[in-house]
Write a protein that binds this ligand. Structure first.
Ligand code: DGL
Length: 274
């Protein structure tokens, strides 16, 4: 059985977790949602890196075999630094997977991206997509309101629909593909779909498939027959997290531990790594 660490700034990584469980149902997963510090998308790159290094430390101390950065903003800001700090385990982000699917999907050679302001500012998606095919055009739009509203439990009101519509009006018609470049956004995919008629790409499934391949490539034993288990940790509000996470996962979460990694000295903690 493999032990996999999955993290996000909050509840968005649940959209990736769901795909991981679908593709690797027998593994042990530790999920960390840093919801006290969400949204990452409005933070500086240096600050996001600091938060991610703490989470990486926590997961490595928990003896995970691999880490999935189930957050585009964290991937853009910190995948290189995490790989450098923890070179002994596979570390996957979501952007490469999203870029691959976008490139395979677009027929019009034009892809729209909805992401956090930080991901947009770092230019992570245009870079990743154009490194596959430099002739593709990529139009990005930062949506600062989405993540906090989803963390709070998105309400499907006319007013909120207007916010979605407003952002999508910046994606030109020639874009036939739209990447949900923030892992929170699949939670409101049905609302986004009201205003985008092309193909909507969620990098989660491709990320989970890549994780499976990566585990096998690294000879990390996976459990094909048994039933896995996920342990949930958050830094902030457990109730809000539980509500949104359970609704997207479609299952009850029995226990959520609250631990603010930024407020403790991880070096003195000896985690029970079973
Ligand atoms: N879910 C995250 C992402 O994929 C982060 C959202 C945020 O905290 O701003 O970018």
């Amino acid at each position: 059985m493999a032990k996999i660490g999955v993290f996000d700034s909050g509840v968005g990584g649940i959209t990736v977790l769901k795909e991981i469980i679908k593709n690797l149902p027998g593994e042990e997963i530790i999920y960390y949602g840093d919801n006290k510090y969400a949204p990452y998308g409005n933070r500086t790159v240096e600050n996001i890196r600091e938060l991610c290094l703490n989470i990486g430390e926590f997961l490595v101390k928990s003896k995970v075999d691999a880490i999935v950065i189930a957050c585009n903003t964290a991937t853009a800001a910190s995948i290189d630094i995490l790989k450098e700090r923890f070179p002994f385990i596979p570390i996957l982000g979501v952007i490469e997977a999203g870029a691959r699917v976008a490139e395979e999907t677009t027929a019009s050679r034009c892809t729209g991206i909805l992401a956090t302001p930080a991901t947009v500012a770092m230019g992570a998606y245009p870079r990743a997509i154009q490194s596959i095919d430099s002739s593709l055009s990529v139009i990005q739009r930062g949506c600062p309101e989405f993540c906090p509203m989803i963390e709070d439990g998105w309400e499907d009101t006319l007013e909120n629909e207007e916010i979605v519509k407003g952002h999508l009006s910046h994606i030109p018609e020639q874009a036939d593909t739209l990447v949900l470049g923030c892992t929170h956004y699949p939670i409101i995919k049905n609302i986004i779909a009201r205003f985008f008629k092309g193909r909507i790409v969620d990098p989660a499934e491709e990320t989970a498939i890549s994780l499976r391949k990566e585990l096998l490539l690294n000879s990390i034993k996976i459990n094909e027959s048994g039933k896995g288990h996920t342990e949930f940790y958050v830094s902030g509000d457990t109730e809000k997290f539980q509500k949104v996470a359970e609704s997207f996962l479609g299952q009850k979460i029995e226990k959520i531990y609250q631990i603010d990694l930024s407020a403790i000295n991880l070096s003195v903690i000896n985690l029970n790594a079973s």
